[in-house]
Design a protein around this ligand. Structure first.
Ligand SMILES: [Zn+2]
Length: 232
């Protein structure tokens, strides 16, 4: 993950998502997904806990990276395909070599498509959860660590706070060092995306900043990222 291009190829996706976060029609429609009692609890308690709980336990499904064939109980093979739908993401085709049963997992970059399918991994979860929190008038953005995970940050009391809808509360809220401490993450760049800007937020997530700087080497890429993002 050292090449600029491996970062840049995600920029259009996240820019597109950030633009959708400013689209009131999309926000109105994702807000309607949330049951009234969850909205009321969230407002009454002034906490995102009820929303996080509902989203993880009652609303979304997790898509494993590898599926078992439902007939043969063997691991299925995964292929990536462009489905010509004009999305920035490749469709996953899971296939069983024994009985040829197939499952297709399109990786949508449209919030409302994810809201319909209600399934995915961290990117689908954070894309949709971010939209729902934005719909509650709490400004929220997407964060990607470029080590295969992404989550959200919400602007609460004028500070960007870590929020990860894929984790259990309270780890899902304001536990920024969790990944480094528990998953052994070795960050180089953790980036946060808004419609008009990209921000290097790595220092929010590391207690090993010197090591991060060492990994980055002499030439920090942040300015280059900003330029690419601006043009994306
Ligand atoms: Zn099979």
């Amino acid at each position: 993950m050292n090449q600029i291009s491996s970062y840049a190829e995600t920029f259009r996706l996240y820019k597109g998502i950030s633009e959708q976060y400013n689209d009131q029609v999309i926000l109105d429609s994702v807000k309607q997904l949330v049951p009234d009692n969850v909205l009321k609890l969230t407002a009454d308690e002034q906490s995102l806990e009820p929303l996080l709980h509902w989203f993880k336990n009652n609303f979304m499904k997790w898509m494993p990276k590898e599926l078992q064939c439902p007939r043969c109980n063997r691991p299925m093979r995964v292929q990536l395909a462009d489905d010509n739908s004009g999305t920035f993401r490749k469709t996953e085709i899971h296939m069983c070599d024994v009985c040829s049963s197939t499952q297709i997992f399109p990786r949508y970059d449209k919030i409302l498509r994810i809201a319909e399918t209600r399934i995915g991994r961290c990117s689908e979860w954070s894309i949709l959860f971010g939209a729902i929190v934005n719909s509650l008038l709490i400004q929220t953005r997407i964060v990607h660590d470029y080590l295969d995970h992404c989550w959200n940050e919400s602007l609460i009391n004028k500070k960007w706070v870590h929020i990860d809808s894929t984790l259990d509360y309270p780890i899902s809220f304001d536990h920024p060092y969790y990944y480094e401490q528990n998953w052994g993450k070795k960050y180089e760049y953790v980036l946060a995306f808004s419609a008009n800007s990209i921000e290097d937020v790595t220092t929010h997530y590391t207690q090993q900043w010197l090591m991060v700087q060492k990994r980055r080497g002499k030439k920090d890429k942040v300015e280059e990222f900003k330029e690419i993002y601006y043009r994306a």
